[in-house]
Design a protein around this ligand. Structure first.
Ligand code: UT7
Length: 321
């Protein structure tokens, strides 16, 4: 695992100078204290490159060892092509395939499950799996955008995935419900309606995230325990056997509700939302990478990664670290 966050720290107080919000409101509702924003000139692919280099280094792989790239993001550098090929070139790799995944908060879990399936099938041996976002450029730093602007941050995480002897990735569960697509989305640029994008649409906030926060919250609190139970059952494990849970970092209150419903102690549940906000596809690999660095996740631990977000999509992976 490797992760990378931009250096620039943006506090709740900083945001309260740009829009009608407060440190108290943000902390109480979300647990977020600060987040990281990129400086001008840094792209999502740049963050991904830094995280990938750390992961490659820790795995003892050279860039030539990678057979395939899976890149999860909702904030790509270009409308097309996706960030996968940009990362391949920036890392100085050969002409390996690169696939971009668009499942937002569950992007890393979907990508990990995809990597597992490719490796088990024998199609690839070594896959670089990346989740990265630059949200800061797409948020509306105004009163109209305050409901989502305070939630998101920039960052990237990466994993080197290869076959191992014995246990590794044990089970995955991937779900979606498109009936909720508009409860959390960015409408433009999109070709579902005309025009591609207009000044009026930008003014109306169509290029920034729009969210039905209560609906997202309600569904997240229900789906997290459900999907965690599903992967545990698939792999023949009980909740008591779980050594560490890495939930997607969207809101400390969601994490707390899931943790208490599962009866897990605080030290067994990853939480870094206070420092980084919601980094969407970056959130799980950043949190897992930090937990490994801090010794919270040790060799042989049973670890569950779980996410819920836009789509709606929800997903979990169970693994033996
Ligand atoms: O990865 C998945 C992505 N998202 C999530 O998981 C988010 C899930 N949802 C949530 O975490 C919560 O719904 C939020 C934290 C986003 C919002 O909390 P809430 O308790 O649902 O607040 P609300 O949207 O009902 O808004 C309450 C009030 C409103 O004012 P009135 O109508 O009561 O006068 C908002 O206008 O808070 C106001 N408000 C704000 N006030 C200060 C909304 N955003 C802000 C803000 N600062 N940034």
């Amino acid at each position: 695992m490797g992760h990378h966050l931009p250096d620039r720290v943006v506090t709740n107080h900083d945001l309260s100078r740009l829009m009608d919000t407060s440190d108290e409101w943000i902390r109480e509702r979300t647990g977020i204290v600060e987040r990281r924003f990129v400086d001008e000139g840094t792209s999502c692919t740049d963050l991904a490159e830094a995280a990938s280099r750390k992961a490659l280094d820790r795995a003892g792989w050279s860039v030539d060892d990678v057979d395939f790239i899976l890149f999860a993001t909702l904030s790509p550098d270009l409308y097309f092509p996706g960030n996968g090929v940009l990362l391949q070139t920036q890392l100085g790799m050969g002409h390996v395939g690169a696939l971009d995944l668009r499942t937002q908060c569950t992007g890393f879990v979907y990508a990990l499950a995809t990597a597992d399936a490719y490796i088990r099938s024998g199609m690839y041996r070594r896959i670089l799996v990346v989740g990265a976002e630059v949200h800061s450029r797409g948020l509306r730093m105004t009163n109209e955008g305050r409901d989502t602007a305070v939630l998101f941050g920039d960052g990237a995480g990466a994993a080197c995935v290869e076959a191992v002897d014995g246990e590794g990735l044990l089970a995955h569960a991937l779900h979606g419900d498109g009936a909720h697509a508009l409860d959390l989305c960015i409408r433009k640029p999109g070709l579902g309606s005309s025009p591609f994008i207009s000044p009026e649409q930008i003014e109306a906030g169509d290029t920034a995230p729009s969210m039905n926060g209560r609906e997202v919250f309600k569904n997240a609190v229900r789906r997290f325990p459900e999907v965690i139970a599903e992967v545990l059952e698939k792999a023949g494990h009980t909740p008591e056997e779980l050594d560490f849970l890495v939930p997607h970092q969207a809101n400390a209150r969601i994490t707390e509700a899931v943790r208490s419903r599962m009866g897990m102690p605080e030290e067994k549940v990853a939480s870094n939302i206070h420092r980084y906000g919601n980094t969407t596809a970056g959130s799980i690999p950043i949190a897992l990478s930090e937990a490994v660095e801090a010794g919270q996740v040790k060799r042989g631990d049973l670890v569950c990664l779980a996410a819920f977000g836009a789509g709606f999509t929800w997903a979990a992976s169970l693994l033996r670290w």
